[in-house]
Design a protein around this ligand. Structure first.
Ligand SMILES: NC(=O)c1ccc[n+]([C@@H]2O[C@H](COP(=O)([O-])OP(=O)(O)OC[C@H]3O[C@@H](n4cnc5c(N)ncnc54)[C@H](OP(=O)(O)O)[C@@H]3O)[C@@H](O)[C@H]2O)c1
Length: 326
């Protein structure tokens, strides 16, 4: 067992508590051992550095829920072998390290056309949005989708995936012109700004509204999101980057025949053991054929992992954020 470089959080003081350290490599004969090239950064990484996430790792901990790299070794009965290019889910922490050990069912072969940086930035959000749009949201061909935080990780994943799942139009909601460009590059049909989004959406849809709202932001835009739904529409509750967890007067659901739908992908995978493999079996061919583009992440060097996590907290991140490990 050798030593490796890793990012470690030893105090719950926010993203800048993340430091580059040397620790022991993991050693687990029953696991797939991956030499990590890049690790994804997602909003739970921000919350964990402040002790605000529902899952609280033991201190000190290595942040990072997803990785991409090359298999160093694997159990004989695993579906991957030494030398394979893979992406993997640590799920909650442990990803920002030169070597990770994962159970085989959380390791997925990367298509040749997906780089390590892109591969480190796709599983967490794309599998969440697959779950959100298909399983929970029941997206039907020709339907329209609106997505908040559209230039973020979940947002750009929605923009890339929704058309492949049948959406005819995806309207992006963003806070700045720079983010509007990110959203357009990721495939938005239309882009509107947060202020007054409801009226702009009404205008764009000829007064009808959209079939699905993807909401990773929550906060005070929730009621206007419900008002932006067409009859039969679904609001997908994904997260609360805006800070406030909104409340809903359920008469709004009744009056307009709309649903507020909870999306908890991680929890679903715990009760549906084959789900990850089923999801990847649908997603992998879309990526390999180019029907779904790979993410184009904003890449930070390992030494700047703290800044990478901070970019999500201070709202400056452009697209998915990834830390390059080697
Ligand atoms: N339910 C699930 O299974 C699941 C799975 C994965 C992630 N999530 C959740 O989804 C959410 C989004 O994660 P992500 O990784 O996509 O985050 P992200 O890349 O940081 O994107 C979040 C977006 O939220 C918007 N935002 C609005 N107010 C904000 C504020 N005060 N601070 C920061 N951002 C703000 C920003 O867009 P604008 O500046 O344009 O408004 C930003 O682009 C998180 O809450 C995460 O926990 C849920």
């Amino acid at each position: 067992m050798g030593a490796m470089r890793a990012i470690q959080v030893a105090s719950l003081d926010g993203p800048q508590a993340a430091r580059l350290v040397e620790i022991d490599e993991p050693d687990d004969a029953g696991a797939v051992i991956i030499e990590v090239h890049a690790a994804g950064v997602a909003f739970p990484d921000v919350l964990q550095t402040r002790g605000l996430y529902q899952y609280k790792p033991e201190m000190p901990y290595v942040p990072g829920g997803e990785v991409a790299g090359v298999v160093r070794s694997a159990p004989a009965d695993a579906h991957v072998k030494a030398g394979d290019r893979v992406a993997g889910l640590t799920m909650l922490c442990g990803g920002m390290a030169e070597v990770v050990a994962l159970p085989a069912e959380r390791v997925f072969k990367l298509p040749d056309n997906v780089s390590f940086e892109a591969g480190a930035g796709l599983l967490f959000n794309d599998l969440t949005m697959h779950h959100a749009l298909r399983t929970r949201g029941r997206l039907a061909p020709g339907e329209t989708v609106l997505v908040h935080g559209a230039a973020g990780g979940i947002g750009t994943s929605t923009l890339r995936l929704a058309p492949a799942f049948g959406a005819s139009r995806v309207i992006a909601v963003v806070s700045t012109e720079e983010k509007a460009q990110v959203a357009r590059a990721a495939g938005a049909t239309d882009v509107v700004f947060v202020d007054g989004f409801k009226d702009q959406v009404k205008e764009l849809t000829g007064g009808r509204g959209v079939d699905i709202v993807v909401d990773p932001v929550g906060g005070d835009r929730f009621t206007d999101s419900l008002r932006s739904l067409a009859p039969g529409g679904r609001l997908l509750v994904i997260g609360f980057t805006g800070g406030e967890i909104p409340t809903v007067k359920v008469n709004r659901l009744l009056l307009n025949n709309v649903d507020a739908v909870g999306v908890g992908w991680g929890a679903w995978t715990l009760t549906h053991p084959d789900y990850l493999a089923e999801q990847w079996a649908e997603l992998e061919p879309l990526l390999a054929s180019g029907r779904v583009s790979a993410p184009e992440p904003q890449v930070f060097p390992l030494e700047q992992a703290a800044d990478a996590i901070a970019a999500l907290e201070d709202r400056t991140a452009r697209g998915k954020v990834v830390v390059k490990i080697r």
